[in-house]
Ligand binder design. Structure first.
Ligand SMILES: Nc1ncnc2c1ncn2[C@@H]1O[C@H](COP(=O)(O)OP(=O)(O)OP(=O)(O)O)[C@@H](O)[C@H]1O
Length: 535
């Protein structure tokens, strides 16, 4: 569930995100002598030159009046970025270099990653603790403890020699405060589960192609939590219902007191909900999650379902539950973490090729996803199961992934540029960070570059490099993104990765040089796989 773009024009509190409002004063591009490293290792003495080239129009104004809506009671909207401008006086009193540093990066308050209880406990804390247990040397212990209590996470952790293998890629960012954090997470999870158990375990729902008949599913288990939803596995009570036997039900989280907030929260919730549903309804592709049905037909039949229900005299907002295809293997981030990043190269290539197919399908249908990340790549089977299937006919005859979470997607017109600043911090492109109108196709391919880098390197490209010192580590990710500051580390010397690296090189780059999805599809790395598939 993400905020509405469509509702913006009607809604004074929703941000008017345009080039001018996000523009930087021209002088912030001057007078900086700091050197930067581009992806190929070339020294660039003007750290803002990349940013400058990202901008398409002259920049004249400091953003002072932007008013971003807040969604106080839940984590945030969308996966999310919010904008908190500095005081204009304070900003103008700063030197150009400082202004450059302040603008726009420090104005962004981006929630790092969703607060997924399962992931946090599985990947963040537990993995961390097991590594702790392996440490014998007290000096090493201190070193790790220091890092553990700092804000940034394990993906940056330089393991002491006794720790092996190296930490995996994109572990969720948590303030790792040892047991206190873990306990808090446990309590939270229990609270969420109580919320479920206090309700009926039976879901009444309707399939999109047959809204006249109510069907029933029984709750089996909780399978995921996002910022905006709880996802649960249900099984059909109709024994003949083979196709819809197992379904993933995504229940939208509503902010507390949504009816009493007195602002536009309800209408934003409503428009984002209907936008997500309206796109999902149109999707029909093997590598994309399917919307089978809904718990209440009003959500797919009405343009303003919540408002309608309230007007009809309903005191509460009824829950909204999407009935969707179920992916038994969970999300790719979880799987990667569980296997400590030891994924065979051929499997990475397969999964990634399907992801490219999914995004190609979307882009051809003028849909941009805007939240491509490891957590949203759902696996139909566990990685072990897929490995077991290799060399059997079913390996080639069916898709292994489904792309999920269309909460930030948008149906666009040809050539349309977007302005809503949204996405997940690690995957967001420089032009979104800059707040200039962006081509959603190219911001999607940027995120695809981040994903492939992460799959190959077991770390995210814009995290501090493995050998970074404390100062480098404290620099915001956004700085590194804006400077295209990434490089190969683990795979630097590895042979046979040229075609994969080609994709990363051509996607984690300036937008006017960046590959679009067709170029990615045509690349050797992708063609090698898709020519073998027959689904
Ligand atoms: N169809 C599915 N099959 C299996 N697991 C799923 C499915 N859909 C979602 N999940 C699990 O639930 C998690 C949350 O789902 P989703 O990303 O759709 O929610 P969200 O609230 O929009 O999340 P975000 O905070 O990323 O915006 C996923 O990362 C995944 O682990």
């Amino acid at each position: 569930m993400k905020p509405s773009e469509s509702g913006r024009t009607n809604n004074p509190k929703t941000p008017k995100l345009n080039q001018e409002e996000f523009g930087l004063p021209p002088n912030i591009f001057q007078n900086s002598n700091a050197a930067t490293l581009d992806p190929l290792g070339t020294i660039n003495t003007d750290p803002m030159s990349n940013l400058q080239q990202e901008s398409e129009a002259p920049i004249t104004k400091t953003p002072l009046t932007l008013n971003i809506p807040t969604f106080d009671t839940i984590n945030a909207l969308p996966t999310p970025m919010t904008y908190t401008p500095l005081s204009p006086n304070l900003l103008s009193s700063m030197s150009p270099t400082i202004q450059m540093q302040q603008q726009p990066f420090q104005q962004l308050n981006i929630k790092k990653r969703r607060n997924n209880n399962n992931l946090n406990s599985i990947n963040g804390i537990n993995t961390f603790k097991s590594h702790f247990n392996e440490i014998r040397n007290s000096k090493e212990l201190d070193q790790v403890k220091n890092i553990a209590t700092s804000n940034r996470v394990v993906s940056e952790l330089i393991p002491p020699p006794s720790l092996s293998p190296q930490r995996i890629v994109s572990l969720p960012t948590v303030n790792e405060e040892d047991t206190t954090y873990e306990e808090a997470e446990k309590v939270k999870l229990e609270k969420e589960e109580n919320e479920f158990s206090s309700e009926e375990n039976i879901l009444n729902g309707y399939l999109l192609h047959d809204m006249s008949r109510v069907r029933q599913w029984k709750k089996v288990k909780h399978i995921g939590t996002g910022n905006f939803s709880f996802v649960t596995l249900y099984e059909s009570l109709d024994e003949f219902d083979k196709y819809y036997h197992q379904v993933a039900v995504k229940k939208i989280k509503y902010p507390d007191n949504i009816l009493n907030t007195g602002d536009d929260t309800l209408s934003r919730l409503e428009s984002s909900l209907t936008r997500e549903l309206s796109v999902l309804k149109t999707l029909d592709y093997p590598c994309v999650v399917k919307l089978y049905g809904i718990n209440n037909p009003i959500f797919v039949e009405q343009k303003r379902p919540l408002t309608t229900l309230l007007q009809e005299g309903h005191k509460d907002i009824p829950s909204c539950e999407f009935i969707m295809s179920y992916c038994n293997g969970g999300d790719l981030l979880k799987e990667l973490t569980e296997c400590q990043g030891n994924v065979p190269r051929w499997l990475i290539q397969r999964v990634y090729s399907e992801l490219v197919l999914a995004v190609k399908y979307l882009h051809e249908n003028l849909i941009i996803h805007r939240d491509l990340k490891l957590e949203n790549i759902l696996l139909r089977y566990t990685l072990d199961e897929i490995i077991g299937m290799r060399n059997t006919p079913s390996y080639y005859k069916q898709n292994m992934i489904e792309l999920g979470d269309f909460g930030l997607c948008k149906k666009i017109e040809p050539g349309e540029l977007c302005t809503a600043r949204c996405g997940s911090e690690d995957y967001v492109s420089p032009e979104i960070l800059m707040g200039i109108p962006y081509n959603g196709h190219l911001t999607d391919t940027w995120a695809l570059g981040v994903i492939l880098y992460a799959l190959l390197e077991d770390r995210l490209p814009f995290d501090a490099p493995p050998n970074a010192n404390q100062r480098q580590r404290s620099r915001p990710v956004a700085h590194r993104i804006a400077r295209f500051e990434w490089r190969w580390s683990k795979t630097l010397e590895e042979n046979g990765l040229d075609s994969a690296k080609d994709i990363v090189k051509n996607t984690l780059t300036r937008k006017n040089q960046r590959w679009n999805i067709q170029q990615m599809y045509d690349s050797e790395y992708i063609q090698e796989v898709i020519t073998t598939l027959c689904f």
